[in-house]
Design a protein around this ligand. Sequence first.
Ligand SMILES: [Fe+2]
Length: 348
Amino acid sequence: MRKMAIAEIKPGMKLAKTIYRNDDGRILLSAKSEIKESHIQRLLDYNYEFAVVYDNDIEFEEETVLKPIKEETRSKAVALLKQSVKHIKTDGFLECEDLVPVIQEIIEYILADPLIVYNMVAIRNHDSYTFSHSVNVCVIASLIGSVMGFDRNELQILGIGAMLHDIGKVRIELKILNKKDPLETYEFDLMKAHPLEGYEILRQSVHMSYLPAHVALQHHEREDGSGYPKRLKGTEIHLFAKIVAVADVFDAMTSERVYKAAAPAYIAYQEIADKAGIQFYRPVVEALTKVITPYPKGSMWLLSNGDKVIVTNVTRLDCLAIVVTDSTQSKVYNLYKPAGIRVIQKMN
Ligand SMILES: [Fe+2]
C-alpha cells in the first residue's frame, strides 16, 4: 500500500482504504474499487490531498493491524468538529453536544480491546490537518488514559478536552495560523493566546465539567515551567492537560505539514522520552509507549549486535521481531525488552 498525492493517481489504480466524505462522513469511494478519471475529479472536488492505493506489484493483503477507531467514526468526528467550529464563527458559541456520542464511541472501541495499539499509518490519511489532528489527539489521549486506569466518565471528559484542546485557534487570524515562515515575535504572542481563548469558549459551552476548559488552558504548560501561558510547573498542571500535551506533541511531530515532513513514530517517541521528567510527565510518557507502535509490523531494524530484524507482531506488551540476517536460525527479539541490546536504526 502506498499513500499518494491525488495529482499522481492514475485511472486503473486500486484504492486500498475507503475514503469518507469530509462533510457528512458517508462513503465517497470504497476500498478495492478501481479508480476512474471521474473518481479523481471527485476527490479533488472534496479537497482531498492524498489517497492510499495498492502497489501494482504487491499482492493485495487484508489489513490485519489493530487500529483504535473505525474510519467511519473518525470521519464523523471530523465532520462534527467542522460544524462546531462553523458555529463558533457564525454564532459566537460552541455547540458540542453532538460530539459527545462520537467521543463515547471512540472510548467504547478503545475499552473493548485491552491490547489495542494506535496505528498511525492506518489512521493518517486525507483530512485537513487541524481537524484530523484534533481527532488523533483525542484518540491518543484516550488510549493513554485507558492505560492509566481511568473510568468511562473520566475518559469522556479527557476525550472532550483532547478533541477541543485547540478550539481557541478559531479566534486567531488565519494568516498567522497558516503562515509557512517562522512567526514574528508579536505573531507568536498572538498565537500563544489560543489556550486562554479556548478556555473561555469551553467555560461557556461545556457544562458537564470544568476540566475540558482547563485542558485547553494548560496543554502548552510544561513540567519544568517552560510552557505557556502561565508557566505553571509540575503539580500545578492538571493530569488531563499533561496527557493532552504529550498526545499533541506526538501527533504534531508525526504529521506531515507544508513546512516539514512527518517524523517516524520511533523518532517522535525518542524525543518525547528524552524530555520525560523535564517537560513531560514521566508516567504519561511511559503510558504512551504502550499505545503507540514505535516499531510497526513489517518494519526492519538494525540492532546493536549487528542482527537485522523484521517486526512480526505488536501488542501493548510485546513487539516481536525475527532475525532476517541469518535464515538458518529463527531467533526472536522482543523490541520492548531487548535485554541489553539497542535498536540502532530503521532499515526500510
Ligand atoms: Fe495548542
